[in-house]
Design a protein around this ligand. Structure first.
Ligand SMILES: Cc1ncc(COP(=O)(O)O)c(C=O)c1O
Length: 410
């Protein structure tokens, strides 16, 4: 193809391919502009975003209140490091703790850092409070987990794509089947300090545990003096129809991990929510992050908390989720040879296909005149997680596109 006939999209795709590591296989769309649920590519085509940056854009791209908070703070102070204090961190943490009913917040930046922080806290808690012998602490995790990409986290992943080639694995982790409370009971021993789990396994393809699982985890952890650690990095902040997915069963983990949407899709913010009897295990020098608790991120976090108080995103996510899942089930009934299952809670939804998902996600992207952006998760599922500001009418349109794609793609 001559240089002149190349689209701008092709130009940028080639640039990425040449100059950045090939650790992703993105849908080949090059986004230049975004607002609410809509994004535009460099060639001017419009798309609905049905992924929300893996649930980071719960409040819509460039939510004006959040961008305003970012701008305002950027004109004052952005980063001081934790060597000094700033006037944003305490008040943001207070608002998040009051919303989630925890006593204290440890601010970090990315999801994997929040997970690593919780693992460190759990081990130290085990030695100092539970009395586990030094270096013997064990943490139980689930099959098909996704908690991030650090060397320790991928070491307890059961996905070969994530762990292959990165050994040796960090010791001290035990893997059990997800949703199996008896397996948890059996796996616990005197050295067990924590159970780390996702209330819904998002990356695994939106896998929901059996009803009552969260409540049972809480009981088993309490009985055995084991910390219950919920990774709500993808499920948190109303994505599943409750502020935190653990709220669906009125459970309160010892630690709740948040990231993605707590930064409102405008700045990376993450962290660990806990009560003081656990968090006081951290003492000066035992943990830290140069950017964790920075003024800019904390100003955004405070604005996110204000937004959550002003609008009932859980109700919206619940109602629209039900509508969307019903619509997808209708499409499944029409194409039983192509769609195996529809599952989800709130607006965290997936369809599992009989065959490979990629041809369908690419066809959705190519839909004319407006495309739909969703991403396959593993080979056979497609996850749909539009921003929670989406309207019923917009979801009706999305369902029409999905139906058309299933009609036309084989
Ligand atoms: C449940 C869960 N935990 C942890 C992470 C890791 O977050 P990050 O990519 O910000 O490190 C993710 C990211 O997708 C996630 O979905």
């Amino acid at each position: 193809m001559s240089e002149e006939s190349k689209s701008l999209s092709q130009f940028y795709l080639e640039l990425d391919k040449k100059w950045t590591a090939h650790n992703y296989k993105p849908i080949p769309v090059v986004i230049k502009k975004a607002k609410g649920v809509w994004v535009w590519d460099v060639d001017g085509k419009k798309y609905m975003d049905c992924l929300s940056a893996y649930s980071s854009q719960n409040f819509g791209h460039r939510n004006p209140k959040l961008v305003n908070a970012l701008r305002k703070q950027a004109n004052k102070v952005i980063l001081t490091s934790r060597a000094f204090c700033n006037d944003s961190m305490g008040s943001a943490a207070q608002k998040l703790c009051e919303l989630t009913d925890y006593e204290v917040f440890l601010p970090m930046n990315t999801g994997a850092e929040a997970v690593e922080s919780a693992l460190k806290i759990a081990r130290k808690w085990g030695y100092e409070k539970k009395g586990v012998d030094n270096n013997k602490a064990e943490i139980i995790v689930c099959e098909n987990n996704f908690h991030g990409r650090t060397i320790t986290i991928v070491g307890f992943s059961t996905d070969p794509d994530a762990y292959d080639g990165f050994g040796p694995k960090t010791p001290g982790f035990k893997v059990i089947p997800y949703g199996d409370i008896d397996a948890l009971k059996k796996a616990i021993n005197k050295n067990t300090v924590a159970f780390l789990f996702e209330p819904i396994q998002g990356e695994a393809g939106v896998l929901l545990p059996p009803k009552g699982y969260l409540k049972e985890i809480q009981e088993v952890c309490k009985e055995n003096n084991v910390l219950m650690i919920a990774d709500e990095i993808q499920t948190g902040l109303c994505r599943t129809g409750a502020l935190l997915a653990c709220n669906h069963e009125n459970t309160k983990p010892d630690m709740t991990l948040v990231a993605k949407a707590v930064g409102g899709g405008v700045f990376p913010v993450s962290g660990v929510l806990a009560n003081w009897d656990v968090m006081n295990i951290l003492t000066p020098g035992s943990h830290g992050s140069t950017w964790g608790g920075n003024s800019l991120g904390m100003a955004v976090l405070e604005a996110v908390c204000d937004l959550l108080k002003e609008e009932d995103f859980s109700k919206k996510s619940n109602e629209l989720g039900r509508f969307f899942i019903d619509g997808l089930n209708r499409i499944k009934r029409k194409f039983p040879d192509k769609i195996k299952e529809v599952r989800g809670k709130g607006l965290l939804v997936a369809i599992e296909l009989q065959g490979k998902a990629r041809p369908y996600t690419e066809a959705m992207m190519k839909n004319k005149p407006i495309g739909l952006l969703a991403k396959e998760t593993h080979e056979f599922s497609i996850r749909f997680a539009p921003p929670l500001v989406v309207t019923k009418k917009e979801l009706e349109w999305a369902l029409e596109v999905i139906e058309k794609v299933f009609d036309e793609t084989s």
